[in-house]
Design a protein around this ligand. Structure first.
Ligand SMILES: [Zn+2]
Length: 244
């Protein structure tokens, strides 16, 4: 999977002052797990330390968004959580403790421990001097009838080539000669926020609090924390949330 634009755009919007690589890799991991294992579901990946968290949220179709929160990761011990949002809204999730290593190693560990799937994962990002991003993600999984030798061959190939300079399809064909390309679509940064959701979320405020803002005739300004879109909610819109 090539994710140059997604990583470039999310780093420009979120502009994290720390964890840039970890954030970019986690974004790719969420998109990669969804594309390969749950294309029809929303997949969320969270990496948490004591005072830090990085979150990535990938939607069917390829749109992925994320947030960096807290301070830089300052210790080795972290928790990695992978969740699929099922059609009925419930979460199917797995949580593991990880110690050091990069995000690709954490995802491999997660796949082995939580999904019993022996996997090879590569999440590579390179930033040029003029801040142009190249980003590539690969996951190879051993199927029940696969052999250890075939996995070793794939690993050898992954270690030998420069994934960042190759097209995704070229890499897939090299890893899987005679294989079939099942789908081909862009992976992008994007957000799913909209006015209705923002106004809907305000309905969780208390009636008195809403009444107060309406009486003061204030327009509320709300920024989406994922994409930084700004929504101005008028007193009239707020008043519509109040019970008659
Ligand atoms: Zn948004």
């Amino acid at each position: 999977m090539r994710a140059d634009n997604m990583v470039q755009d999310v780093l420009a919007i979120q502009a994290p002052s720390h964890s840039r690589d970890v954030f970019g890799q986690l974004m790719m991991a969420a998109a990669l797990i969804r594309e390969t294992m749950a294309p029809d579901l929303r997949v969320q990946v969270t990496l948490r330390g004591e005072n830090s968290a990085v979150f990535a949220d990938s939607y069917p179709g390829g749109v992925t968004r994320g947030i960096v929160a807290g301070r830089p990761f300052d210790q080795d011990k972290k928790q990695l959580q992978v969740a699929r949002v099922l059609k009925n809204g419930t979460l199917q999730q797995g949580l593991i403790e990880v110690h050091g290593g990069d995000v690709a190693a954490m995802i491999q560990q997660y796949m082995a421990e939580s999904e019993q799937a022996q996997s090879l994962v590569r999440l590579e990002i390179e930033e040029s001097k003029d801040r142009k991003i190249s980003a590539v993600a690969v996951m190879a999984q051993l199927l029940p009838d696969g052999t250890a030798e075939s996995m070793a061959q794939v690993e050898q190939h992954l270690n030998a080539v420069n994934l960042l300079s190759a097209e995704a399809e070229e890499t897939a064909r090299a890893l899987c000669p005679g294989g079939l390309i099942l789908s081909h679509h862009p992976i992008e940064f994007g957000c799913v926020c909209n006015r209705d959701k923002v106004v809907g979320a305000l309905a969780t405020m208390g009636v008195e609090e809403i009444q107060q803002i309406v009486r003061a005739d204030e327009t509320l300004t709300i920024n989406c924390e994922y994409c930084l879109s700004q929504y101005n909610v008028t007193p009239n819109e707020l008043a519509a949330l109040l019970p008659n």
